[in-house]
Design a protein around this ligand. Structure first.
Ligand code: FE2
Length: 297
């Protein structure tokens, strides 16, 4: 019997990371052979852009489960207080009309315009996230990505050694907590966790800088000094050579590895153009080495 051959094609969209994946319909169950191709590409390219997908929430969740358990979002303004596996990133209300710019959900979503890694404020941070496009604006509203792996690999050896054993403190809220009306005082106290500044992908051993806006202090350093170092590292990761901006097309579904990339939303004319993307988030595992092999269903 012939070995099944995948018809998936993979093309790099950036010299250092990000690949476009075509030739597969993710709205139907994915074979183990095809998932092997996707899993390997995910670990290698860090960000996968799937074209011409037509997900429902159910099929998007089913595809995500190939990678493992999905996170359940707590109710907060960003998901219109609807907890579940799907977060809707949109400037539209339930009636399909534009939300006013001062609506709590709109104010909350502007926080996604800071560089971050999803759920880095949780004790076990997210493995991956996927955004599936339902409505895309004709101009603007890109999602920007930066590779903490490519940036790490360019650091001088002595800098890598100096960072190797540092641990950062992550908070759910951003540093400017006084203006953060989307969370109550209990939320602000919860979700203060620590993660290493350098993370290693157990599949290929590649290391990455793990920073972003939720990372706010370095354990064992004065707070201002740690914050300054983390700001410097985030600026290093997000410089143009490690940066990819994704302009959304109809049918796009983009999946990223939260262990080694940062991302941010970008703005668009939110009173003129409609935008609606549905997000699923795949939970991580502790320790990271639990992902040393392809997940089993
Ligand atoms: Fe995010």
């Amino acid at each position: 019997m012939d070995t099944p051959v995948s018809r998936i094609t993979i093309n790099r969209l950036h010299p250092l990371f990000v690949a476009e994946v075509t030739g597969i319909d993710l709205s139907v169950p994915v074979s183990r052979e095809d998932f092997r191709v996707i899993w390997d590409a995910f670990n290698e390219h860090q960000i996968l852009v799937f074209r011409d997908q037509h997900f429902t929430d159910e099929t998007q969740i089913a595809f995500g489960r190939n990678f493992g358990e999905l996170e359940t979002m707590i109710a907060h303004p960003g998901n219109d207080w609807n907890p579940g596996h799907i977060s809707v990133m949109t400037n539209l209300g339930k009636d399909g009309n534009f939300l006013p710019l001062d609506h709590p959900a709109m104010v909350h979503r502007t926080r996604n315009e800071e560089w971050h890694s999803d759920s880095s404020f949780k004790p076990v941070a997210a493995l991956a996230s996927m955004l599936a496009a339902h409505i895309v604006p004709p101009v603007g509203g890109n999602t920007d990505f930066a590779s903490g792996r490519a940036a790490y690999e360019d650091l001088p050896a002595e800098r890598k050694a100096a960072l190797e054993n540092l641990t950062a403190l992550h908070r759910m809220t951003y540093r400017d907590m006084a203006s953060d009306t989307g969370y109550n005082d209990e939320d602000k106290k919860r979700h203060i966790v620590t993660h290493p500044v350098i993370r290693t992908n157990p599949v290929n051993g590649r290391k990455a800088l793990y920073v972003g806006s939720h990372a706010q202090e370095i354990v064992g350093m004065p707070p201002e000094e740690g914050a300054k170092l983390l700001d410097e590292l985030t600026a290093f990761v997000t410089q143009p050579k490690y940066f990819y901006s994704h302009p959304w097309r109809d049918g796009d579904a983009v999946m990223w590895d939260n262990r080694c990339t940062l991302h941010r939303a970008t703005t668009f004319d939110k009173t003129k153009y409609k935008r609606k993307l549905h997000r699923t988030t795949i939970a991580g595992k502790a320790p990271d080495t639990a992902f040393g092999v392809m997940p089993q269903k």
